[in-house]
Write a protein that binds this ligand. Structure first.
Ligand SMILES: Nc1ncnc2c1ncn2[C@@H]1O[C@H](COP(=O)(O)OP(=O)(O)O)[C@@H](O)[C@H]1O
Ligand SMILES: O=C(CO)[C@@H](O)[C@H](O)COP(=O)(O)O
Length: 517
């Protein structure tokens, strides 16, 4: 059996697979907000950050790890696990002093992880992907390394606020003493992987490419980007490595406390989006994945590291080898939740019967669907912009607003993914909102492509479990054929009569966007 873990924005999830039977034998999730309310982070991050700061408490992730393994051990025989791999929300970073490794090596099973590892944190909280506080640092890194096009050509992305390099630079500038005490910087993925391995392990190419520090050509840390980011940064990062590289056996803390076998090994962890690419069976070019999690992301395998001329899209490592594109839309579920709560609705208002009731309004009303700052495209928070009928703008009919929000979100996605030049043959949907048939149908109609969903909603944790099996010698493509099949009857064909409607709506949406820049 193989265990995949995913430490995402809002939850920590485990998926266990048995390649022998082709079955997923266990799926469990710990929601940070509801299971660990003492951290005051109902959506997985600390609310009220200033100047665009969005941080989370890394001790919350450690408590979730203890809680998840306690629940797993009660539910399943963990001694059968041969390999563990995992993923984490991308870009988030954890700062540790020189005692981190010795603390990992000496963990005592009578105490929990957070108590034992908290003294090694040099930064109490971790900036995560929602943080937009580093505009100045992005500009500094960009000017020191030859401009946006140069940074993009080297690292696969222009300097981006949420990426880890600019976040590290801001930490160095605001608290140079704490930066000086930092001996190791981890991403969420490599932090959790290190705890599981009982020693610091490298960042993988998939997640490492989300830092503005990894040179894509050589798949190593780029010395110029390191120097432009913060002093002595190279010594604080282990050399990056492929996700399937095995790091030895699992820490005795987990074998003794939770009954994992002493022979169980662990592979590197990656970002949640690269792991989802695996879990969605989309590691070969031709498929598009849209993940509707806290954020919405659009990603696909790419034969080469093609970059977005407008700077919104990114290039990451594909865990199966080669590259993948990724475009992140910050408003995602957060905007859907905001409108739902504002109008006093529940998710049924976003589902098929409710959307069918407004089908005559398809493409007719426009909304810039930004209920918080947006990154694709960059849009400061001013509230959503509405343009359409009086009935729509006055919210007389809430259904019209729901339709316009969803249409706006997917038109925005279509507009900002054109640079990839990939014909959308098939879309695989994942993430919390993907189970919603109304949303899935709109995706099919707006992109004019068939939409499929898999039985498993935890695609990142499943992808991690598949990588664990591949690291143990199983063939990844054969595993994907078994575990990543679309659910029977789940494929939604686009309504071809709406092709022209949404082509026209796309033009109107772009015009509204330009007028509100
Ligand atoms: N039926 C539904 N319709 C629309 N959105 C939903 C539905 N159920 C859950 N969601 C959304 O899914 C989100 C969680 O998705 P998930 O992929 O678990 O998030 P993450 O990976 O970012 O932690 C919730 O914030 C919620 O808004
Ligand atoms: O910033 C990005 C990708 O660049 C986000 O997609 C994060 O990786 C968070 O993912 P979720 O927890 O929302 O799935």
């Amino acid at each position: 059996m193989f265990l995949g873990l995913d430490s995402s924005t809002q939850s920590l999830t485990a998926v266990i697979i048995d390649p022998g039977s082709g079955e997923i034998t266990c799926q469990l999730s710990v929601n940070f907000g509801s299971s660990l309310p003492e951290y005051g982070s109902p959506s997985g991050f600390i609310p009220g950050g200033r100047d665009g700061e969005v941080h989370a408490n890394p001790l919350m992730w450690l408590d979730a790890l203890d809680l998840l393994f306690t629940r797993l051990a009660a539910e399943t025989d963990l001694s059968k696990i041969r390999m563990i791999a995992g993923s984490g929300q991308q870009h988030g970073s954890v700062y540790l002093d020189s005692t981190f490794d010795s603390r990992l090596a000496g963990l005592d099973i009578s105490q929990n992880l957070s108590t034992q590892l908290s003294p090694s944190l040099t930064r109490a909280t971790s900036p995560i992907w929602m943080d937009t506080s580093t505009g100045t640092e992005c500009a500094e890194i960009t000017s020191a390394t030859g401009g946006p096009a140069a940074v993009c050509a080297r690292s696969g992305s222009i300097a981006i606020e949420r990426f880890t390099g600019p976040q590290i630079r801001r930490f160095y500038k605001t608290d140079p003493a704490a930066y000086g005490k930092t001996a190791r910087i981890h991403l969420v993925s490599s932090f959790i992987a290190s705890v599981i391995a009982g020693k610091s392990v490298p960042i993988d190419f998939g997640d490492g490419a989300g830092m503005n520090l990894l040179g894509l050509a050589k798949l190593g840390w780029d010395t110029e980007l390191l120097a432009a980011t913060a002093p002595d940064l190279g010594s604080k990062l282990l050399p990056p490595a492929p996700q399937t590289s095995v790091q030895g056996t699992v820490s005795p803390y987990f074998t003794k406390k939770y009954g994992i076998s002493e022979n169980c090994r662990t592979a590197l962890f990656t970002g949640d989006n690269p792991a989802s690419l695996v879990g969605m069976g989309a590691t070969t070019p031709g498929n598009i994945v849209i993940s509707l999690g806290t954020s919405d992301t659009f990603f696909a395998a790419m034969p080469g590291p093609k970059t977005d001329p407008n700077g919104f899209g990114h290039v990451f490592g594909n865990p199966a080898g080669g590259f993948m594109s990724l475009i992140c839309f910050r408003n995602g579920s957060l905007a859907r939740e905001a409108l739902r709560d504002q109008l006093g609705l529940d998710w049924s208002a976003f589902d098929q019967p409710a959307l069918a009731a407004t089908s005559d309004a398809a493409g007719k009303n426009q909304m810039l669907p930004f209920y918080g700052p947006e990154i694709t495209p960059r849009h400061d928070f001013t509230g959503p912009v509405l343009q359409g009928s009086a009935e729509f703008e006055s919210a007389e009919n809430p259904g019209l607003q729901v339709r316009a929000l969803l249409e706006g979100q997917f038109l925005n996605m279509r507009l900002h993914s054109g640079w990839m030049g990939v014909k959308t043959e098939r879309i695989r949907l994942t993430g919390g909102a993907s189970k919603n048939d109304g949303i899935a149908r709109l995706v099919a109609d707006i992109f004019q492509a068939p939409v499929e969903r898999l039985d498993v909603s935890n695609s990142a944790a499943l992808g991690a479990a598949l990588v664990a099996a591949a690291a143990d010698g199983h063939d990844l493509e054969a595993l994907q054929d078994v575990f990543c099949k679309a659910s029977a009857g789940s494929t939604l064909q686009p309504d071809r009569s709406l092709a022209a409607v949404y082509d026209e709506a796309l033009v109107k949406f772009e015009t509204l966007l330009k007028a509100n820049r």
